[in-house]
Ligand binder design. Structure first.
Ligand code: G3P
Length: 266
């Protein structure tokens, strides 16, 4: 399974790429807002255009998803093409993110699907976002999306509605037996998309998104997701374990001078 970083913060992107284990970056308007706010706080001049170029270079040739902000079919296609033309020259790694349904009122609009189809046919790779059911994933794939992004954490939010929980709290992959539209958890949503794509030989990649904790990352791998995109804090949490730190303390304590001659700690 590939791991993408779900962030538009350049320092996070640079630090995680330095680890050598990150295979791409995903952004969205909310993540861009966070990045712009951080730039403003640090007193830096905000040129989002040059900032995006830095992100594309920091991603070292791996895919970077940039989302459109329009909601009408023609506008989304125009914006997607403009973004691609302007930014793909930088590092040849731009993917255009299009919502599966761009209606703000939950209407059955095909604008997103049509935009995915038009951009994909024009040779522009599309990441279809805001997917909450396997059938939305299926339609996005049929329209030609290279990646489909089911939002796991937000499904768990919906299933926990009315309960009090922190954003990074784990939600069981097998659900809690609620009324759930046949999707019992975010992990289950991803697992169903994976199963359908395998069963029908669909080439689109399942990109598990809206992941909020390390255990969910593990379960995405077990569910067979092609890619999981994670926030920086999840990447950091995934490398931690109290017993690893305890073991490190003991090993460090036990270094005898005879062993240290090989160039380690004196
Ligand atoms: O990958 C999509 C992601 O940015 C949304 O995450 O935690 O806001 O649901 P979240």
């Amino acid at each position: 399974m590939k791991i993408f970083l779900d962030s538009a913060i350049l320092s996070e992107i640079e630090e995680s790429y330095a680890s050598g284990i990150v295979d791409g970056v995903t952004t969205n308007p909310s993540l861009m807002k966070k990045a712009v706010e951080e730039l403003k706080r640090s007193g830096e001049n905000v040129s989002l255009e040059s900032y995006i170029k830095k992100i594309l270079l920091a991603a070292k040739g791996t895919p970077v998803s940039l989302e459109v902000t329009s909601t009408e079919y023609g506008d989304m296609v125009k914006e997607g093409k403009t973004l691609y033309r302007k930014f793909n020259v930088v590092a040849k790694n731009v993917v255009i993110k299009i919502p599966v349904n761009s209606s703000l009122e939950n209407q059955g609009s095909f604008d997103g699907i049509k935009a995915i189809r038009a951009l994909s046919r024009a040779g522009i790779p599309v990441n279809c976002t805001l997917i909450f059911t396997p059938e939305q994933a299926l339609l996005a794939a049929k329209a030609g999306a290279k990646f489909v992004s089911p939002f796991a954490g937000r499904i768990d939010d919906a299933l926990r509605e009315g309960e009090s929980f922190d954003k990074s709290d784990y939600y069981p992959a097998i659900g809690k037996g609620k009324h759930d539209n046949g999707v019992v958890s975010g992990v289950d949503l991803v697992a169903q998309c994976v199963r359908i794509f395998k069963m029908h030989g669909i080439k689109s990649r399942v990109l598990a998104a809206s992941i909020r904790n390390a255990r969910q990352l593990r379960e995405m791998a077990l569910a067979g997701a092609d890619i999981a995109t994670v926030p920086f804090y999840v990447l950091k949490d995934a490398i931690k374990h109290a017993k690893t730190a305890e073991g490190m303390r003991k090993f460090t304590e036990d270094i005898v001078p005879e062993y240290a001659v090989f160039g380690g700690k004196k």
